[in-house]
Design a protein around this ligand. Structure first.
Ligand SMILES: Cc1ncc(COP(=O)(O)O)c(C=O)c1O
Length: 341
């Protein structure tokens, strides 16, 4: 039983998606053979782009092989000397690393502290502010409306990484686009989590997409994902939009998890399938991980520096592919370990 993957909706192993991928491979082969600007971009990529932009309400989208490269491509292409980049201090490593390496000045605002963000914005330089919809290690959410209001009022360009939100939160799983009437200038969607596959998209205006097509080196000089992959992603998108039972099941499993474990101090309540189990000491988390493995439960210890010192944890994640009995089995082991330690 895997309790640490990001396959929130259980699509990665669904027969329906496997069949679609196999059909895609039979029709289009297994590789794209080139970067998108050479011959790697197919009619299947174009269909996927139309479906995605229509669903999430953006003019254009560019595809990347991973969320890591999409985030880096955007920051390296847009941020120049003299610009100001403001990031939530818990943003993903791909954003933080690109922020430190690019030519702009980077400042980090306190986690989800939009007053702090506001105080760092300057009016005399171009500013890009970046946050995530759902934070991957804590499973908490940002206040998207408020973030976009702060950016809008100050003329700050906004970017939201929706890696852990799309498919899971918002109306019909539309992530940020399903919870807010406002849109960021740039939305990052990754396909390695709720979509059950891999790859990513940058959604933005036509002008920005044109600019990135000219300057984003991760886009220009990297092999596109295959047409078969794009075909499977279209199927995944359709499943996300229409198979509401997957999100309903996630909610039911989350209730079982919270009811079973809510009274224990390591438990953290979240409104997402990410359930941190915070023990603090790395050695304790490793011992728990080992115990769970012996019981057939697969989790991974998350340690500093990925999370702050003294907050080593299991990053437990629920999936629509779990059964109620799986969650109860996990809960029973977590309770026993707590009683014994
Ligand atoms: C918030 C966030 N953004 C981006 C990424 C990178 O995405 P990918 O795994 O597609 O490279 C991750 C991966 O865990 C993530 O959590």
């Amino acid at each position: 039983m895997n309790f640490s993957s990001n396959d929130y909706l259980g699509l990665a192993s669904s027969d329906e998606l496997k069949d679609a991928y196999q059909t895609g491979i039979s029709l289009f082969g297994v590789g794209s053979g080139a970067s998108p600007l050479v011959t790697g971009y197919s009619a299947q990529h174009e269909s996927l782009k139309s479906e995605l932009t229509e669903w999430l309400g953006f003019e254009d989208a560019l595809f990347f092989s991973s969320g890591f490269s999409a985030n880096q491509a955007v920051l390296f292409s847009l941020m120049h000397k003299g610009d100001l980049l403001l990031q939530d201090r818990l943003n993903h490593a791909s954003l933080m690393e690109a922020g430190s390496l690019c030519d702009a000045d980077m400042r980090r605002f306190r986690h989800n502290d939009l007053k702090h963000l506001q105080s760092l914005i300057k009016s005399n330089v171009p500013v890009l502010a970046v946050t995530e919809s759902v934070f991957s290690m804590d499973g908490d959410q940002s206040d998207v409306d408020e973030f976009l209001a702060v950016c809008g009022a100050s003329g700050t360009m906004s970017m939201i990484d929706d890696a852990h939100g799309v498919g899971v939160i918002g109306k019909d799983g539309a992530g940020v686009s399903g919870i807010s009437q406002y849109k960021p200038d740039i939305l990052i969607v990754t396909f390695g989590k709720a979509f059950g596959l891999n790859g990513a998209a940058v959604l933005c205006s036509k002008d920005l997409a044109n600019y990135l097509t000219q300057f984003a080196r991760h886009y220009i000089y990297s092999t596109a994902f295959s047409a078969a992959h794009a075909y499977a992603l279209s199927k995944a998108l359709n499943m996300i939009k229409t198979q509401h039972w997957r999100r309903d099941k996630l909610n039911e499993l989350a209730s079982v998890y919270d009811e079973s474990l809510g009274a224990l101090s390591a438990h953290v309540t979240t409104a997402t399938p990410i359930k941190p189990w915070i023990l603090g000491e790395t050695s304790k988390v490793q011992a728990l991980c080992h115990r769970l493995k012996q019981k057939g439960i697969w989790t991974t210890a998350i340690r500093p520096p990925t999370v702050p010192d003294g907050s080593a944890r299991l990053r437990i994640t629920l999936s629509a592919s779990h059964q109620r009995s799986d969650v109860l089995a996990l809960a029973s082991q977590l309770k026993r370990f707590t009683e014994e330690s």
